[in-house]
Design a protein around this ligand. Structure first.
Ligand SMILES: Nc1nc2c(ncn2[C@@H]2O[C@H](COP(=O)(O)OP(=O)(O)O)[C@@H](O)[C@H]2O)c(=O)[nH]1
Ligand SMILES: [Mg+2]
Length: 260
């Protein structure tokens, strides 16, 4: 067989016009217009849903204006700052109701390169969850101090060890879920926010037997706006991981179910 023979398109595979990029925002007026443009340039066929918690800096207004000019841009407004987890859960429900197949999570602050979205979508086309990973070969972080790096690496090693999955960057906020995963997870049971939310969703997908794959990405610390990361968010994750591990050990359920 000639190796130049074109690969026939998989007609059953849903196209990226059924991809929804969900971006949670709180006070991202310095970044939001540019990130919307960059996402549109990287995956023109995808839709974008910004989940803004009524940012006092007017982020929501900027999104409204962008949405008037581009029908692929949507805004969901939360009532007050409710955290990253709540924003994503509301965004996922909106996307499930609107028939999307691929759900990309990304930050508004350019820490996640919109140019990597196609890599995540491609990987999610064969796996169920594609995690944009800093900690697999080819992945990296730019702009972090040694101590910030150690916190992230340590937290990830801890989650992997305690929960028993193989994912090296379970706190990553740049990822893509297939619709089936979000339908299978009881979204109403998910209470965590911050980094705990990302670990929680990874652990739930893995326990349900979905394939979680990691795609190398470069994470860059933000240049504009301010981080909402706090000591409370880190503590929430550390405590939650221990609690889930103890609960599942008591129930004798620590290995993934097998999916056909
Ligand atoms: N809707 C919403 N978005 C949030 C909230 N907290 C953070 N974000 C957004 O989540 C993304 C990541 O937050 P960031 O502060 O950059 O966290 P860091 O990267 O861990 O420092 C950014 O797009 C934020 O604007 C929140 O309470 N509600
Ligand atoms: Mg950030």
């Amino acid at each position: 067989m000639g190796k130049d023979r074109p690969v026939p398109p998989d007609l059953d595979a849903p196209g990226w016009d059924r991809a929804l990029v969900v971006i949670p925002t709180y006070n991202e007026s310095d970044n939001i217009e540019a990130i919307l443009k960059a996402v549109g340039a990287s995956v023109p066929e995808a839709s974008v849903l910004v989940v803004d918690d009524g940012s006092p800096d007017g982020t929501g207004k900027l999104v409204e204006t962008a949405a008037e000019a581009d029908q692929r841009i949507h805004l969901l407004t939360g009532s007050g700052k409710q955290g990253l987890g709540r924003a994503y859960l509301n965004g996922f429900r909106w996307g499930l109701d609107h028939g999307y197949e691929y759900f990309v999570e990304m930050d508004a602050d350019f820490s996640h390169d919109p140019g990597s979205i196609p890599d995540l979508l491609s990987a999610a086309g064969t796996a169920d969850v594609a995690v944009g990973s800093r900690y697999v070969a080819g992945g990296s972080v730019e702009g972090w101090s040694k101590s910030r790096h150690a916190l992230s690496r340590g937290g990830n090693a801890y989650a992997r060890l305690v929960l028993g999955f193989g994912v090296r960057d379970s706190t990553a906020g740049f990822r893509c879920y297939r619709r089936a995963v979000l339908e299978a997870i009881e979204l109403g049971d998910v209470r965590s926010s911050g980094y705990a939310f990302q670990i929680d969703m990874t652990y739930r997908a893995w326990k349900l037997g979905f394939q979680v794959t990691e795609v190398p990405i470069t994470f860059r610390e933000r240049e504009l706006g301010t981080s909402k990361m706090s000591r409370a968010i880190v503590s929430e994750a550390l405590v939650a991981v221990a609690r889930w591990a103890v609960r599942d050990r008591l129930r004798g359920r620590r290995t993934p179910s097998t999916r056909a």
